[in-house]
Design a protein around this ligand. Structure first.
Ligand code: PEP
Length: 257
């Protein structure tokens, strides 16, 4: 049985006051929820504050981040490294988000390098994959996600997916309120798992595959009741403690043994 993982991607949102309020609220709201890993990925500048608040509250919340560089130190202005992320206790690191692929022109190969470097440094890559609206309309979803996964397999080998996470995020569903139907998401998740299983069945079986794209408390349960949807990567709804906790609770309830 895979333990579900619900992760909040705060993107470029926050202030010191907001981080304190949200993490204190989340700590209270998730205190009684068991059977799910609840991860928060604040903007880099607030990771230090988040670590301190999580420790002070003796919270079960897990710290993540939204990006990494492919070097641990040196002349790489503006970047942050796996070593630094580890220094602050961050474990789950988002890579390949469609916003970085689009606005920072990150290629499949560069994302695969990040995946490899996170693994080398003992961190958990949360590999975002997913198709655009046009690709969806053209029936190219399976070929797009296969290409994105194969870039990692070719660079790192299939074993690298042991302990890693894939977040299937159709780009047209991110921040739009136009979520994929639970049936469509399950179909693509099953495809992703079978694609990985072609290389190694055991790796595919343990792989956490999250759905991301306009997940809300109102639709969360419909995703988690499907066998191949092991959690969610949540943007907008992760900025409200009650909404995010409700999504985590739905995952715990749907996946309880
Ligand atoms: C995301 O950015 O990863 C995301 C899924 O955003 P939202 O939940 O707001 O659609």
């Amino acid at each position: 049985m895979r333990r579900p993982v619900v992760m909040g991607n705060w993107k470029l949102n926050g202030s010191k006051a907001m981080v304190t309020e949200l993490l204190n609220g989340l700590n209270t709201a998730t205190a009684d929820i068991d059977g799910v890993d609840v991860v928060v990925a604040p903007p880099a500048l607030y990771i230090d504050q988040a670590e301190r608040l999580i420790k002070e509250n003796a919270s079960k919340l897990i710290l993540g981040a939204q990006n990494t560089d492919v070097n641990n130190s040196g002349a790489f202005t503006g970047d942050m490294s796996p070593e630094m992320l580890k220094d602050f206790g961050a474990t789950h690191i988002i890579i390949g988000h469609s916003e970085r692929r689009e606005y920072h022109e990150e290629s499949d190969e560069f994302v695969a390098k990040k995946f490899a470097f996170l693994k080398e440094n003992g961190l958990i890559p949360v590999l975002c994959i997913g198709e655009s609206d046009a690709q969806n309309e053209a029936g190219e979803t399976e070929s797009v996600v296969s290409r994105q996964i194969d870039a990692v397999i070719n660079h790192c080998g299939i074993e690298a997916f042991n302990g890693a996470i894939i977040a299937y995020e159709p780009i047209w569903a991110i921040g739009t309120g136009k979520a994929a139907t639970a049936d469509d998401a399950q179909r693509i998740h099953a495809f992703i798992r079978s694609h990985v299983a072609k290389h190694d069945a055991a790796v595919a079986e343990q792989l956490i595959i999250q759905y991301g794209g306009s997940v809300k408390p109102e639709n969360a349960q419909s995703y988690f009741q499907n066998p191949d949807i092991d959690g969610a990567l949540v943007g907008g709804a992760s900025l409200k403690a009650d909404s995010f906790a409700a999504i985590a609770a739905a995952a715990a309830e749907a996946k309880k043994a």
